[in-house]
Design a protein around this ligand. Structure first.
Ligand SMILES: Nc1ncnc2c1ncn2[C@@H]1O[C@H](COP(=O)(O)OP(=O)(O)OP(=O)(O)O)[C@@H](O)[C@H]1O
Ligand SMILES: [Mg+2]
Length: 340
């Protein structure tokens, strides 16, 4: 406690960001230090798990010190430790989990394991201090594409998910074949602004009627086939048009399914989560559609969309307040179901 506030210290290391945050009373961010390895993985065209784990290990102590310093607190002030324990790269996750457990054990502080995607959704509670469940959430990230019913701070029901590639993965793969580099999402976002979204028609994969599932691998292949056939025909490729047309095909499907899920749930509230929620066209289109349909929409600031520990602290706080108690023997899990 500091100044009468309950302090949560949280750790996030599921992929290529080493992050430690201090959050007061669940929603007030005192520090959110993020050490990204993006510059390292640019050279590889994607994340290399072993290298990511090694960098987490090298960085974590400095990130801890910096988070405490920026928040102007010490470990004596920390009431709760939260940590992402899955899903993610297991070697990477283990660095955050081991550090969190060591501090919790040494200082006798309670520890709570957080599902990474619950963290992404919780970023919205930091962004909008008045937001409360229930609501419908669209989770779009590097590893996930889900529409979920958020029934309470700790209970989620998944309505649909991707059957193959996650949307962020599709962005990253298409960016790679277009020669745009890693991570592809922000690059496609930028270049698509100069392109024509109707230049090339890529099929919209809606799957069965009333299904909230997604499939993006066919679209990725369609882009690849288009590029190959244009190359073979000796035609010059307009990368901005390809990026804009690919993005439009993704957004059309996501928007249609999301709006219909919000209507079916009946809460009148949509919350976006995950790295791809930083996409300007997706945000803009969903904001417009929500306005038309009188749906309240919540979108985190870009820094809260991608991996960060503040969102994990927020999720840990609400789990703790709901009576959950973690275990110092906690493990890290590459796969972890979202529902609970
Ligand atoms: N502006 C953007 N437009 C589209 N995609 C974006 C944008 N910014 C980031 N992304 C994508 O978001 C993904 C990263 O998001 P995030 O950090 O949430 O994913 P992750 O942590 O790797 O996966 P998960 O959260 O599912 O474990 C990458 O695929 C990246 O390309
Ligand atoms: Mg993530």
């Amino acid at each position: 406690m500091k100044d009468g506030k309950f302090l949560t210290m949280a750790f996030e290391s599921s992929c290529d960001e080493t992050s430690v945050a201090i959050v007061a009373d669940g929603r007030d961010v005192l520090s959110n230090v993020i050490s990204s390895q993006i510059d390292i993985f640019k050279n590889y065209g994607g994340v290399v798990p072993e290298i990511a784990a090694r960098h987490h290990l090298e960085n974590i102590n400095q990130v801890v010190d910096e988070a405490l310093k920026q928040a102007d607190v010490t470990l004596d002030d920390v009431d709760l430790i939260g940590v992402t324990y899955g899903p993610g790269l297991v070697g990477a996750l283990l660095i955050g989990v081991a550090t969190a457990k060591a501090i919790a054990f040494a200082r006798d502080i309670p520890i709570i394991g957080v599902h990474h995607i619950m963290g992404h959704v919780s970023a919205n509670f930091i962004q909008d201090k008045q937001l409360e469940p229930p609501f419908t959430a669209l989770i779009v990230s590097g590893g996930h594409t889900n529409i979920a019913e958020i029934q309470s701070y700790t209970n989620y029901k998944v309505l649909g998910g991707t059957r193959d590639d996650a949307v962020g993965e599709a962005y990253d793969k298409v960016a790679r074949v277009l020669g745009l580099g890693y991570p592809g999402g922000p690059k496609i976002d930028r270049i698509a602004k100069e392109g024509n979204p109707d230049a090339i028609h890529f099929k919209r994969v809606l799957l069965e009627k009333d299904s909230y599932d997604f499939s993006f691998s066919g679209l990725k292949t369609a882009v690849l086939n288009y590029l190959n056939s244009e190359k073979q025909a000796g035609r010059e490729i307009n990368r901005a048009d390809v990026a804009a047309s690919f993005q439009q095909a993704v957004i059309d499907v996501i928007v249609e399914k999301t709006i219909s899920a919000v209507k079916e749930m009946g809460y009148g509230k949509l919350v976006l989560a995950g790295g791809v929620a930083a996409n300007s066209k997706l945000r803009g289109t969903l904001e417009e559609e929500c306005k038309k349909n009188k749906i309240e929409i919540h979108v985190p600031a870009p820094v809260l969309c991608t991996d960060n520990a503040a969102m994990i602290a927020c999720a840990a706080y609400y789990k703790y307040m709901a009576g959950e108690r973690g275990d110092i023997d906690m493990d890290a899990y590459a796969n972890l179901p979202l529902e609970g």
